[in-house]
Design a protein around this ligand. Structure first.
Ligand code: 5AD
Ligand code: SF4
Length: 482
């Protein structure tokens, strides 16, 4: 069982094997769905779409796959070890299928898209393979399997955004939720499989985004995270709400519109791209107190030569310019990153440039990876994966160590101060403690106090910290840092 929203993990980190359960559907068909998700926040958001589609068909969800009629595994392809984890899990589902041959086993998401029909050949116990743009077809595909056929739909779409599907919030805390604002990616970073598995970039109708955010707020939610592979390139053109005129909405404008729903609704977003993040976006963040001062701006490498090979389309200098703009326009803004160690042909000096970039920015947090060649990507076709495994490992360890020190330093800046947090629920470690995040996305844990409950904003005095968490007590004084 999981708490989807109690995570600071972004699209970059592979989350693993979390089963998702929804409320009972209005009309039941007496059948049960078990769905397990891996990978990025986007995948978890997609599982909420899938659950919604099947809920309309009368499926109830279960957290125990032994009692399921349909088992879905929503997969991630970003690195090889992510795929390996899925295969291991599939062999467990295979054992269940041998016990219960009527069980329908479906593979969804990026691995389904990447391997297509090969999946059905390689994994004999899989019945269905369904790509990320084909979820509307799931009821029909399940019927096909029940009629004794294997089923596959891996068609990618240039239009599908599932805009009209109201996601069911799976195992949520009722306080924070994801809203998918776009799908796909047009960037073609040379290491990345995502453009192949999730297709072309398309932006979702802002009216449906605003309606979803308003609906969440009306239901008591206090924080939404707008999700996209590259939110800064969000762009939508179409009729306004009254259908009187054509409007164009960019990401800064979308942020503002969502922020105006209520000053009590916090807005987060992920992921930003250094080449596309504009000052207009930064000014929107600075203007509205409820748009959180936190930007996930993956650098990947600190070397301009490596960045060029990665096809990131910016240089070290450009990235530094964006960091300087953030520091100037939004003082105190937290910044996090994704960093890849040991990309093709990376030299020791270039690795050092990544470390000095980390020094320059002083990231609050970073997701760090060792380069993993993905079949079909530009890098796999054109570049040699020539950094030896042990060198990648050592460079990654150096990056990790630096990040741990920097994260601790960043959190220490809050000690002795009072911060405003949104209470998300009881702490994972002790039900005597509550937890929530401050504006900068740092997790804060403090002893539960009578009358304080999830969904409230409270001021917490920070007494101490670990490298990942701030520890404090409810404060009466007003926050110094909001
Ligand atoms: N190897 C290692 N890390 C990768 N990422 C994407 N593709 C790869 C790969 N082939 C990382 C990047 C990206 C995040 C989603 O995952 O840092 O920002
Ligand atoms: Fe992959 Fe680059 Fe698109 Fe991110 S921006 S999903 S790393 S291609």
């Amino acid at each position: 069982m999981i708490d989807l929203q109690l995570t600071d993990k972004t699209h970059d980190e592979e989350r693993q094997g979390e089963a998702l359960v929804i409320d009972a559907p209005e009309v039941r068909n007496g059948r049960k769905l078990y769905i397990e998700s891996y990978g990025c926040q986007m995948n978890f958001a997609d599982s909420e779409i899938v659950a919604s589609i099947l809920k309309d068909q009368g499926f109830e969800t279960t957290g125990d796959y032994h009692e399921a009629d349909v088992v879905f595994i929503n997969t991630c392809s970003i690195r090889e070890n992510a795929e390996q984890r899925v295969r291991n899990r599939l062999s467990q589902f295979g054992a269940e299928k041998r016990r219960n041959p009527k069980l329908v086993v479906g593979v969804l998401g990026c691995m389904a898209e990447r391997l297509k029909s090969k999946f059905l050949e390689e994994e004999k116990l899989v019945d269905m393979v369904v790509g990320p743009d084909a979820y509307r077809d799931l009821p029909q595909l399940i019927n096909q399997v029940e009629d004794g056929h294997k089923a596959i739909n891996v068609l990618l779409s240039r239009e599908e955004t599932y805009a009209d599907i109201s996601p069911v919030r799976l195992n949520g805390n009722g306080i924070t939720a994801f809203i998918s604002i776009m799908r796909g990616c047009d960037n073609m970073c040379s290491f990345c499989v995502v453009p192949f598995t999730r297709g072309r970039e398309r932006s979702r109708d802002p009216h449906s985004i605003l309606a979803e955010a308003q609906d969440l707020f009306d239901k008591g939610y206090k924080e939404v995270t707008l999700l996209g592979q590259n939110v800064d390139s969000y762009k939508w053109k179409g009729p306004d709400a009254e259908e009187n005129a054509e409007i164009e909405v960019n990401f800064a404008q979308l942020l503002e519109k969502v922020a105006l729903i209520s000053s009590d609704l916090r807005i987060r977003f992920s992921t930003s791209h250094p080449k596309d993040i504009t000052d207009e976006v930064l000014y929107a963040i600075a203007k509205y107190d409820n748009i959180c001062n936190y930007i996930h701006l993956p650098v990947q490498s600190g070397s301009s030569r490596v960045l060029e090979l990665m096809n990131r389309t910016y240089t070290r200098e450009w990235y530094i310019n964006r960091i300087d703009a953030i520091r100037r326009i939004i003082p105190g803004c937290a910044i996090s990153s994704d960093i890849i160690a040991g990309f093709c042909t990376e030299t020791e000096e270039e690795h050092q440039e990544t470390l000095t970039m980390m020094d320059y920015v002083g990231y609050d947090f970073a997701f760090t990876f060792s380069y993993s060649e993905r079949p079909g990507t530009l890098a796999a076709r054109k570049l040699e994966d020539d950094v030896p495994e042990e060198v990648k490992k050592r460079r990654l360890a150096e990056i990790l160590l630096k990040q741990q020190e920097t994260s601790l330093f960043r959190l220490q800046q809050f000690v002795g101060k009072t911060v405003r947090i949104l209470v998300e629920g009881t702490s994972k470690k002790s039900d005597k403690d509550l937890c929530g995040r401050n504006d900068q996305n740092a997790m804060v844990v403090f002893p539960a106090t009578t009358g304080v409950k999830a969904g409230q904003y409270v001021n917490v005095h920070i007494d101490r910290c670990t490298s990942a968490t701030l520890l404090g007590t409810i404060a009466v004084e007003v926050p110094e840092i909001v």
